[in-house]
Write a protein that binds this ligand. Structure first.
Ligand code: GLY
Length: 389
């Protein structure tokens, strides 16, 4: 099997981790004046991130990178830049600017929860709680799921997506800081629905799942994957990392089981360098683009899981994470840092296929979340790290 041959990639060593992290912080520092008070576009265009206003679902990743660089270096300029963005995120949620969707965790965990955890920012705390409130306002009682996009009373929008697993930690955090049980309860109801419908028996996943207006499950489909029945790489990666994050907060053994199944499937479709094609229907030898961000996300999931696993399983997850990150560091980083550039090359946001419904953008480019999770994976390998999630 292909993944058996991937032993050729050697695990990353501690000194390589530190060097890669220092370089990532240098890239972040170089970009500070370029995006001052603004965000990076979801993905680069010809290798450079356009500046964008704080309106996209991906805007939390740039402050997340800045916080990780701050934690590494202790440089005040990172803290100042990240706190300026905290104000921008507070304004966004207070004025409800482009928040009518479920991506509140992607937006507010690496920005405002991080600001609160690292600096006790009350602005960050308040904004993140408001974001959690916004997220639970999208809960559909009939069907027990958090609706991804669109009007809550439009039956054609009655669906959730696997990505939402990464929005749930914001709810666990909000429950902890406010003492209100409702947040974790909704997270629990959503993940129960997700586990029932979105994971196929072989451990692969549907990107999106439609529900009927009466609350019964309808069907799985894709938006950004190749086909409804294929294996969108990032959806699978969200499944791996998202399930273990929910395990972290709940210790529900079903979530650990889901992590194992999703990871096992993911491994069967990997090319030799451990960085998947954008949809895992494509395997070794394909000339389709890769999605490096999926490798970074899965590495973070593995590094979270090693905290709970034991013996051989723990050892093999750690080794796999070190090999995945080794592959990214050695073969997916640009030759040098430069203004407006990102951290890892060859990410894919949305590639059009004859069968999917996405708008094509960010194909074979840097992706803001790929860069963030790459830095998170390196940070996790470098030291004990308190999560922003
Ligand atoms: N959450 C959307 C994506 O992963 O592209």
């Amino acid at each position: 099997m292909e993944h058996m041959e991937s032993v050729k990639i050697q695990p990353i060593e501690a000194r390589e981790v530190r060097a890669a992290l220092e370089r990532a912080a240098a890239q972040t520092e170089m970009n500070l004046p370029v995006y001052d008070g603004h965000c990076q576009n979801h993905s680069s265009v010809n290798g450079v991130y356009p500046v964008c206003e704080n309106t996209q679902w991906t805007c939390g990743f740039w402050p997340g990178e800045i916080w990780l660089a701050y934690e590494l270096t202790g440089k005040e300029k990172f803290k100042i830049a990240a706190l300026k963005l905290t104000d921008s995120f507070a304004e966004r949620i207070e004025k409800k600017i482009e928040v009518d969707h479920h991506d509140m965790g992607f937006l507010y965990s690496p920005s405002c929860v991080a600001a609160y955890k690292l600096t006790e920012s009350e602005t960050g705390k308040k904004a993140a709680i408001l974001a959690a409130d916004q997220l639970i306002s999208r809960f559909q009682k009939k069907g027990s799921f958090i609706q991804a996009w669109g009007a809550m009373d439009d039956p054609s929008c009655y669906r959730y997506i696997i990505d939402c697993l990464l929005n749930l930690p914001l709810l666990y955090w909000a429950g902890e800081v406010t003492g209100k049980a409702e947040y974790a309860d909704i997270a629990h109801q959503h993940i129960t629905t997700c586990l029932k419908n979105s994971f196929r028996p072989d451990g692969s996943t549907y990107h999106t799942f439609y529900m009927n207006p009466d609350g019964t499950p309808s069907h799985g489909a894709t938006c950004q994957g190749y086909r409804d029945d294929s294996f969108w790489a990032r959806g699978q990666a969200w499944g791996v990392y998202g399930s273990i994050l929910s395990y972290r907060y709940t210790k529900n053994p079903e979530y650990l089981d889901t992590f194992r199944k999703a990871l096992a499937f993911y491994q069967t479709r990997l090319p030799q360098d451990l960085v998947p094609y954008w949809d895992m229907i494509f395997t070794q030898g394909s000339d389709e683009p890769r999605d490096s961000s999926s490798a970074a996300i899965v590495a973070c999931g593995l590094l979270e899981a090693v905290k709970y696993l034991k013996g051989e399983e723990q050892k093999s997850c750690m080794e796999l994470a070190r090999r995945m990150v080794g592959s990214l560091v050695r073969s997916y980083t640009p030759a040098s840092v430069s203004k407006g550039a990102g951290q890892i090359l060859h990410g894919t946001y949305s590639k059009k296929s004859p069968y999917n419904t996405c708008t094509p953008e960010g194909v074979d480019e840097y992706t803001s979340w790929g860069d963030y999770f790459y830095m998170e994976a390196l940070t996790r390998l470098d030291r004990d790290w308190e999560l922003y999630w």
